[in-house]
Design a protein around this ligand. Structure first.
Ligand code: PMP
Length: 286
């Protein structure tokens, strides 16, 4: 049984409780982060901590007292649960006032709810999917307009995964005004020649922590990076495609809406980026 963290306490998972009035539960009034663990160490913790603080600020959510100590809490959970490879999920909500109300509760009397738990994923960095590549379909992006804030409103992405499953593929890329925004839980990229193309930052996509690192490594390796939107037709005509996220790192995409991308198999550029990303991230893990 896992040991989880809830509001200052480390407890067995079946003893951890949150109020039915919690605004995360009633209103999706909460933010989250997922940090991967490789060899018992946290990958890019600083990036996740920075984005978390930004998400809280964008929603005028009070900072929980534990915020400065989150690295220690992450490390303690890794230790208590003997995590070698896996994920740490963290969620902060606006807390549980005495009753349901649309108006934000007074932060003096309602403090944020903080929950963290581990997910064991043995061999996370050696997933067979990385060798085979994944297939995606395109769907209309029907999420709210502040996708740059990492909120727990994951119903549409969840529906997108189900649409992909029903279509017999692995994931969906979301499209708005004819251009790809991102994957249901990852950022989307295509490669044409020596150029990596991925949507520019804005409120339309989550500012992926893996995205930032991968683009930095790509530039250091003299690859050309273009941050602009692209269409599904362009993706189908690309040499390679891939996604990035904290849990998939760099994952090749070999088919888009039934059309093979490039050779229909993982390509050399995505494979190299994956290797560089994993090597460099492991070196900097804490
Ligand atoms: N976009 C969306 C919609 C996501 O949910 C995620 C993963 N949470 C990402 C992109 C990738 O972000 P990161 O690299 O920080 O995991």
């Amino acid at each position: 049984m896992r040991t989880v963290y809830v509001n200052g306490a480390y407890l067995p998972e079946n003893e951890a409780k949150v109020s039915i009035f919690d605004r995360g539960f009633l209103m999706a009034d909460g933010v989250y982060e997922v940090t991967s663990v490789l060899d018992g160490k946290l990958i890019d913790f600083a990036g996740h901590a920075k984005r978390l603080e930004r998400s809280l600020n964008e929603l005028d959510m009070p900072h929980p007292d534990v915020l400065p100590d989150l690295l220690e809490v992450h490390r303690e959970l890794v230790r208590l649960n003997y995590v070698e490879d896996g994920l740490i999920y963290l969620q902060i909500t606006r807390g549980a006032p005495d009753d349901r109300d649309f108006v934000f509760p007074d932060p003096e009397t309602t403090t944020p709810t903080v929950v963290l738990f581990t997910q064991d994923k043995p061999g996370l960095a050696n997933s067979p999917a990385a060798k085979k590549g994944i297939k995606v379909i395109s769907i209309e992006d029907q999420r709210w307009a502040r996708r740059d804030i990492k909120t727990v409103q994951l119903l549409f992405p969840s529906m997108g995964k189900m649409m992909a499953k029903a279509a017999g593929v692995d994931d969906a890329w979301m499209v708005e005004d004819g251009a790809v925004t991102e994957g249901t839980s990852n950022n989307a990229y295509i490669i044409k020649g020596n150029t990596i193309i991925t949507r520019h930052l804005g409120n339309e996509i989550l500012h992926g922590i893996t995205r930032a690192a991968v683009l930095r490594f790509a530039k250091e390796a003299q690859m050309k990076v273009e941050e602009r939107s692209f269409t599904i037709a362009e993706a189908q005509d690309a040499d390679e495609a891939f996604i990035t996220s904290a849990s998939t790192f760099v994952m090749p995409v070999v088919e888009v809406d039934g059309v093979a991308v490039g050779a229909g198999a993982p390509g050399p550029v995505a494979a190299r980026l994956r290797e560089i990303y994993l090597d460099e991230s492991r070196k900097m893990a804490v």
